[in-house]
Every structure is written in C-alpha cells, then in structure tokens.
Design a protein around this ligand. Structure first.
Ligand SMILES: O=C(O)CCC(=O)C(=O)O
Length: 261
C-alpha cells in the first residue's frame, strides 16, 4: 500500500465515513479466500448443524430484497457465512495481513485493536439480495457501548452497480453516538438520496466503513458473484463469547491459529 493512497483513504474516511483502497490485498490471498468460500458453498450437505446455524441462506430472505425473485430460484445460494474462522482457521490468518491491521490501528487510533466479528457477505450472481440502509452503530449482534469500532470489507470480486456494490451516504457519520442511536437510517438516506455514492472497485480492494455512516446496497443483477469478507475491529473487547475470537487481540488470534494448525 502506498503512503499517499493511505493518506487519501484516511482523509476520505474521516470526511465521508468510508474509504476505498483499490487492489490492496494480494491476489494469492484473494484466491485462497475464494477457494475456502466455495468449499463451504459446495459442502452444504455435509456441514454440521452448528456450522449450518452460522449461515443465512438466500431462500430465507424476503423476495422483495431480490427484486421479487422467488426463494426456489435461489437454490442453495448462501447469503452470509457467519464466523468464517469456525469453518477454516485460515480465514483468521488472512484477516491478520499486516498492512490491513496497520490501517485498522491507524483509523481506530489504537495499537491494541480487538477482533469483534467477521462474515462473508456473498450476493451471489443473479440471486444476491440487497441490503437495507443501516448504520453499524448501534447493532444488535456485537456492539460496544460507544462507536469505537469500524468494519473492513475485503472485496474479493470487486464491486460495481450491477453486482450489488455497497452504497453510502457521505457525511452521514457526522453525528453523536446518542443521535445515531435514535436516528432512522432509511429516513436519513431518503433525505439524501441525491448524494448517494456507489463504490466501484477492482478485486482485492479494501473498503473501510465508519460505524455511523449510512450504507446499504442493491441486489446483484449480474451473472457474477460479489463476495466480500467483512471484519469488525474495535478499541474494546466487545461481547467476548459471541464468536470464538471475539475480544481477541492480534497476538491472541495468532496463538489461536497456531493451536489449529
Ligand atoms: O456487503 C455489503 O455490501 C455491506 C455489508 C454491510 O452493510 C455491513 O457489514 O454492515
């Protein structure tokens, strides 16, 4: 990652509430992540009940989120793989890619950053659902008392408006935590529809999401998959027992990986 593009990304994150760094993740790591994701999709019949409970299937989401496409037409397509390191420890290894952790530490202004959660948000070709406008702070899954965290997306396939690119309302993060807790993201988005930005990016790009920026995105109407690895990192060890690694520092995750090998 070049210093000048990092500086621009940090400024964009502070100003707009999101930032994109193009093609910043090594191609061999992207390939490995895609293979692990497709191995999970292909092994659905043999997954344990505990693993199945971590999946959200397209067929279980409302048809309205897929432009009316019926549940049957989505087959076995997975929408979200929750806690991917519980399927393959190498997901955790790749999340620790050093330049990535450096960016997270920089944006959170904290050296001892803590893992909160991760997932793969799929939007598979033709069937991938849209995501409603929302702010990540507050959320009902893993959320500290304040907005001292962020989400990072590793965009494995790249994104464009046809394959369901993430959309943002720039500047919508500029409110207090208590205002964010009372705000209605859908309402805020409809008031600012004209300012909406769709993030187009090549494979391997990184997107940093401020916890209070309003974001969402349309369904995937292309033939191509749009697979993103999403990781939430924070300054505090939020909700330790939600996922195996929740609350872990980088060193603790490394020690956990060493035990899985
Ligand atoms: O996958 C996306 O496009 C957005 C993910 C998202 O909204 C989130 O993790 O909060």
């Amino acid at each position: 990652m070049h210093q000048a593009s990092i500086k621009r990304a940090v400024e964009a994150y502070r100003r707009n509430g999101f930032a994109m760094l193009p093609s910043a993740f090594p191609p061999q790591h992207i390939q490995c992540l895609l293979e692990m994701i497709e191995a999970i999709q292909a092994s659905l019949p043999t997954l344990t009940a505990e693993q199945c409970a971590r999946l959200i299937m397209e067929r279980d989401l409302p048809a309205a989120k897929r432009n009316g496409l019926t549940a049957e037409l989505t087959g076995d397509a997975i929408f979200i793989i929750g806690e991917p390191p519980a399927f393959d420890y190498r997901f955790a290894e790749l999340m620790l890619y050093a330049p990535l952790i450096g960016m997270i530490q920089h944006l959170l202004q904290c050296q001892d950053v803590r893992y909160h959660l991760s997932n793969v948000t799929m939007k598979r070709g033709q069937v991938g659902s849209g995501i409603a406008w929302h702010r990540d702070f507050p959320n009902r899954y893993i959320c500290p008392a304040d907005s001292s965290f962020l989400r990072l997306m590793v965009c494995l396939d790249g994104m464009d408006s046809e394959n369901g690119a993430t959309e943002f309302i720039p500047g919508s993060h500029l409110l207090s935590d208590s205002e964010a807790a009372r705000a209605n993201a859908a309402h805020d988005a409809s008031n600012a529809e004209a300012r909406k930005v769709s993030v187009s990016c090549p494979p391997g790009s990184l997107v940093f999401i401020h916890p209070k920026v309003v974001h969402g995105g349309p369904p995937n109407i292309s033939e191509r998959h749009r697979r993103n690895l999403v990781v939430q990192w924070g300054r505090d060890a939020a909700l330790k027992d939600k996922e195996t690694l929740s609350g872990y520092s980088v060193d603790e995750i490394q020690a956990w990986i060493a035990r899985q090998r």
